[in-house]
Structure formats: structure tokens, C-alpha cells
Design a protein around this ligand. Structure first.
Ligand SMILES: NC(=O)c1ccc[n+]([C@@H]2O[C@H](COP(=O)([O-])OP(=O)(O)OC[C@H]3O[C@@H](n4cnc5c(N)ncnc54)[C@H](OP(=O)(O)O)[C@@H]3O)[C@@H](O)[C@H]2O)c1
Length: 246
């Protein structure tokens, strides 16, 4: 059997490592968003499939028997499409959904549903640390007027899409201490964060708590109804149980 692992997260890496030496053939897929991704220990393809038709063709050509979606909780396009196509083809599909972060005592979070809602909570003199990535930057254009700092892993290939914005380059992992130092050095007064959950991004929230900085927390998009796994061991168990049934 061949499992397609939709990757792009730390969990996907751990799943790929966990499935080596199991006898299960795994093809990992990365969108190609990061320029030099850490290599995975399984066969890996990089780049979009070319829409739904390309995705269906890939499933057929590679004789995929199941799809494990370990993409980011905000990668809604790939997740919704994969769930729909797998359901139509009667192909086993499961999504790894990390539990969202929950506010703790001393956190100053304001939940928002839409990037455009952030501006209403951020005064004009603020210095905003936008931890939401490059792809959706334009959705924050109504923050114009504030100093907006957007962190990227790779150097930018295009200018900041609105006035007052700057890129900050940094490759994870980050620690609460390094995040706090960075926020202080940059004079950050507010953060905007996607509620991604997981360990990787938690350091900035701990730093914000320590520095008493408000965090505009973007709620997750809705995800398809279906098999949801909440951690790597559950994902590994799901794949190996399929292998046992072959
Ligand atoms: N969204 C975030 O905040 C975020 C944060 C960290 C990491 N990531 C990772 O970055 C990738 C892109 O995220 P996104 O939000 O831009 O996705 P998206 O909006 O859901 O998907 C956009 C398109 O990118 C391609 N794609 C996405 N994930 C892919 C994968 N694993 N393998 C092959 N093609 C993929 C597909 O292109 P085709 O239609 O051509 O197949 C898809 O239609 C995801 O794999 C995600 O795990 C996203």
C-alpha cells in the first residue's frame, strides 16, 4: 500500500520518521512554500498538484491507497479539496488536527474571526508583530498606519504590500526567551497570531504573556467533517491499522 502524507508541519516530519521501517510505502508532499525545507526520510514530491484534476491524476498514477493530511490547520484549501476527493473516490482519509491553543491566566488575547478585524483592536501608534505568514499579508492591509513587522523564514521575494510594513527574517525553533528579546528589541506592542496550536509556535505566546502584550488570536477556519487525529501517535496508529487490513 502507498500512503500519501500531505506535509508542511513539524508533525508531518515526525510521522514520516515514524513510518520508516514499517514496510508501508509513503510519499510525502510539500507545497513548496519554504525554499530549503528540511529533507524528509521518505520519498518526497514538492509543489502543488495542479488543482483538483492534477490531484486526482496523482492519486491514480501513484496508486495511492490512503491519504493522511498533516498540513497546517489554516491550510484550508488543500484540506477541503483532499477530503472531498477522497470521499468521492472512497479512499481512506484522515486529518491530523492539533488541539488549538487556549488562553491561560495572565494572557491578554482577543479572538478574531477575520484578519480584517485585527485593526479595530490595535491603536494607530502600535508596533504590530504579525506572526501570520507571507501568504495572507495583504489581508492585513487595513493595519496601514501602524508599524507592522511580519516574520518570514526565507528572505522576501516581493516588497511589503502596504506602507509601514517591514519583514523580519527568522528560522524556527524559537524559545520564549529569544522571542521576548526580539519583541523588546523591536518595541512590539501587539501580536497577531493564527491559532495554529502545537509546540512550535507556542514560544511567542509565552513571551507575550511575560511581557503582558495583547495578542489578536485568529480563530481557525472550519474543517471538513471526517476522521480527525489529534497527535502523531494517533496518526501513526491510523496508518498502521490500514496496513494491517491490506
Ligand atoms: N496556512 C498556514 O498558515 C501555514 C503555516 C505553516 C505551514 N503551512 C503549510 O504550507 C503549505 C501551504 O499552505 P497554504 O495555507 O498556502 O495551503 P492552501 O491554501 O490550503 O493550499 C493552496 C494550494 O497549495 C497547494 N498545496 C498546499 N499544501 C500542499 C501540500 N502539502 N502538497 C502539495 N501541494 C500543496 C495546493 O495546490 P494545487 O491545487 O496545485 O494542488 C493547494 O491548492 C501547506 O502544506 C501547509 O501545511 C501553512
Amino acid at each position: 500500500m502507498t500512503v500519501l502524507l500531505l506535509a508542511g508541519t513539524g508533525e508531518a516530519k515526525r510521522i514520516a520518521w515514524g513510518l520508516t521501517d514499517t514496510g508501508i510505502n509513503v510519499i510525502a508532499s510539500l507545497a513548496g512554500a519554504t525554499r530549503s525545507p528540511e529533507p524528509l526520510p521518505v520519498e518526497t514530491r514538492i509543489g502543488g498538484f495542479g488543482g483538483e484534476d492534477g490531484f486526482r491524476a496523482f492519486l491514480e498514477t501513484e496508486d495511492i491507497s490512503a491519504v493522511l493530511d498533516a498540513t497546517h490547520p489554516f491550510a484550508e484549501q488543500i484540506t477541503n479539496r483532499t477530503a472531498e476527493v477522497c470521499s468521492a473516490l472512497n479512499l481512506p482519509y484522515a486529518q491530523l488536527v492539533r488541539p488549538p491553543w487556549r488562553a491561560e491566566i495572565c494572557d491578554q488575547w482577543i479572538a478574531i474571526d477575520d484578519p480584517q478585524d485585527a485593526a479595530a483592536h490595535i491603536p494607530s501608534k502600535a508596533v504590530v508583530f504579525l506572526a501570520t505568514g507571507r501568504q495572507t499579508l495583504a489581508e492585513y492591509a487595513n493595519l496601514e498606519g501602524r508599524r507592522v513587522l511580519c516574520r518570514l523564514i526565507d528572505p522576501p521575494t516581493a516588497p511589503f504590500p502596504f506602507e509601514g510594513g517591514e519583514f523580519v527574517i527568522g528560522r524556527p525553533p524559537f524559545s520564549p526567551r529569544s522571542e521576548a528579546k526580539l519583541f523588546q528589541a523591536l518595541g512590539v506592542t501587539h501580536l497577531v497570531v493564527k491559532n495554529a496550536g502545537g509546540e512550535g509556535g507556542r514560544a511567542k505566546l509565552e513571551a507575550a504573556r511575560a511581557l503582558k502584550l495583547p495578542v489578536l488570536m485568529l480563530n481557525r477556519p472550519e474543517m471538513p467533517v471526517g476522521t480527525q487525529l489529534s497527535n502523531v501517535p494517533e496518526a501513526l496508529a491510523w496508518v498502521t491499522s490500514l496496513g494491517a487490513r491490506q
